[in-house]
Design a protein around this ligand. Sequence first.
Ligand code: 4AD
Ligand code: MG
Length: 460
Amino acid sequence: MRRTTVKAALAGGEGPGAIRVMGWVRTRRDAKGFSFLEINDGSCLTNLQVVVDEGVEGHDLLPELGTGASVAVSGELVSSPGKGQRFEVHAKKLELLGPADPESYPLQKKRHSDEFLRSIAHLRPRTNKYGAMLRMRAALGQAVHAYFAARGFAWVHTPIITGSDCEGAGEMFRVTGLTDAEAALPPKERAEKDFFGKDAYLTVSGQLTAEPLALALGKVYTFGPTFRAEHSDTSRHAAEFWMVEPEMAFADLEDNMDLAESLLKSLVRTAMNDCAEDFGLFAKYVDPTLPETLAAFVAEPFVRLPYKEAVNILCAAKKDFAYPVGPGLDLQSEHERYLAEEHFRRPVIVYDYPRAIKAFYMRQNDDGETVGAMDVLVPGIGEVVGGSAREERLDLLEARIRELRLPLAAYWWYLETRRFGTAPHAGFGLGFERVLMLVTGIGNIRDVMPFARTWRHLEF
Ligand code: 4AD
Ligand code: MG
């Protein structure tokens, strides 16, 4: 008897024969003389239908095989006469592995709200929607690696514990090994007493350590968790999220835009083509416009627009924004979404932002006012990618660090990469969850991660 999965059984590649398959009961229907079980083991969206005739071994267990119970079925895989499935199993033997009391099992066969499902994040992966999301998340993660491997990028592992604030926004979680008493010491003493002998944090980005690696290996990328202590309780911010950060030596802002556009399109194609069954669920139940929107996403070039022109468009817009727009002001998410959703109705790359509102490492343009920064804005979400050309000129970088009153000495190693064999380079960070929101139509970042960590929420 072959042990198999629901996915393999339904695909029928192995042909008919005796199989053993295990999974969770989604539904049971009893008829005269026989029962149907729909079982799912998480390997794919579709359930496997099991026909249980009266008298098969374990038939007496049927009353306990309700929604949520786990079961092992041994039987014969046969072509199905029913519509919608090629194969079904005629059970020879049923084993109850784990019962689920129907009175208290929270996932009954009906549609539950996202809010309710968030409160049972340990069980929601057993629903169709979250199962599909998690399989797509896995497939897209693999696709990130395949994309870069095919283009000669080395995957590098940058530290999660850091002493420096890459973005300079000061939104970092402190990492400490101190006792309460030691933590109450004055800052300098406290830092000296701590594990590293200095203040330590969870990183907000792998970029600063990815740069020296790119300036050695040429093309690298990181793909891992990052952390932000932003107090933004929005549908697009998580305290812990995954970022893909490529970094390329001998590259400029245009190379960076090309890479971001190509990577995003490639991930969207993976979602539509390689995850067709799960994608179909999102297109049917979450956002019916998804196939059309995403087909246009991959077919058309992204708009590329200097910040200055973006501001002109926003100032001319007949729209009441909550936040002001104007030269020198940062774009808020309502402005980003207006550009992508209403004005252009497709992805927009805004570039050449005012230097005053951007991080210290961005390459200064000749106009003395702007830096070679870029953000990719997409309809429905806003920013999914943020990146820049990096300041590779030692004197300009040093001057900028001083100007911003950042601790110059702490950046000695970063500056040395400019002192010795510096080279133009560029990179960006792609928010992995935001891409998942894009390809599933799911509107809340809490629902594209298995166990979300957000402002005021640390359950599970
Ligand atoms: O624009 P950000 O802050 O860029 C950086 O951190 C650069 N150091 C990246 C680089 O150049 N290597 O963040 C990059 C992306 C954003 O565009 C967004 O998609 C995502 O990370 N992101 C978040 N996603 C979820 N929750 C949050 N709190 C996020 N903050 C940023
Ligand atoms: Mg950004």
